[in-house]
Ligand binder design. Structure first.
Ligand SMILES: [Zn+2]
Length: 86
């Protein structure tokens, strides 16, 4: 079975969203089950970026630097471009 993007759907038909930061699709995960509704980003790193954007890039707060243990499902290396300032 395939979805409209032409990708094969996993056994369980999990919900998915598009990351608001890197615009890549990400899929529901067990550990996100309680926060899925409010989740808009694919990873901790993107979540940090989203928060930075929302707060105007200042204000600080708790940034989980280097704690991107969740990661993305498939890293294609294009992440590194996001180091540039928007
Ligand atoms: Zn992302």
């Amino acid at each position: 079975m395939r979805d409209k993007l032409g990708r094969t759907i996993a056994k369980a038909n999990l919900p998915s969203k598009t990351c608001i930061i890197c615009m890549r699709p990400f899929t529901w995960r067990k550990k996100w089950e309680r926060t899925w509704d409010e989740r808009t980003t694919c990873s901790t790193r993107c979540l940090g970026a989203a928060r930075a954007l929302r707060s105007g890039g200042g204000g600080g707060g708790s940034t989980a630097a280097g704690a991107d243990a969740e990661g993305a499902d498939s890293s294609d290396g294009s992440d590194e471009r996001r180091g540039s300032v928007r």
